[in-house]
Design a binder for this molecule. Sequence first.
Ligand SMILES: [Zn+2]
Length: 242
Amino acid sequence: MINSSEARSPEFPAPGEIISYLDMCKQWGVSFQRGMHFHLRPDVSVILMSRRKNAPYRDAIEAGGLSLKYEGHDLPKTKNCSNPKNMDQPRKNPGGSLTQNGLFEKAVLDAKKGIKPPEIIAVYEKIHRGIWAFNGFFHLTDCAFESDGIRNVFKFRLELAEKSLETSQGLSNELAHTRLIPSPVKLEVWTRDKGACVLCGAKDNLHFDHDVPYSKGGSSVTAKNIRLLCARHNLSKHDNIE
Ligand SMILES: [Zn+2]
């Protein structure tokens, strides 16, 4: 089997990698100021999620880390809209063009009609101020426009995209099976390990490491079997397996 660290495309991080906000911006060549970026590259969209206490939207990790529910975005706050949280999330801009919500919704409808393949989305999750984790590549598979009790919001369903990882990103199967680590566990591990590799104290190129890989029956549920490793120690660990 190809070692996952060797197989990974140099262009994208591997799922579970921790990346600073600045490096994330450098990687995509943009300054991220919002969460939804349809077709940031011709074949990939980008979504930034957060499950932190003060997060503006209700994003959720579901199905044991295989899918995500991502809430669409509100109207911008303006003179005419002082409380966007009371207003339906917009599908179109005032000029009639589609908002990010509308673009992602159209991608779902086109995929359902068979006009286009499911949109591929790179998902990053905020762990701490300036610190993000790459959650992997997902397929955008469904969309609902539903009441949150006050107004209507978009709810997008994203499913971990194993096929896309293998084909367009050239990643190994083992890596593609990496499920998402629940957000509270990410934060707990990050805080416990003080944002540094537990073996050498390095603070860059960090990765959430499963002590026992999923493929060998490891569970992601608790912080006990997750630790921070730098790229060098992550690689040397993989070399010892098999
Ligand atoms: Zn290290």
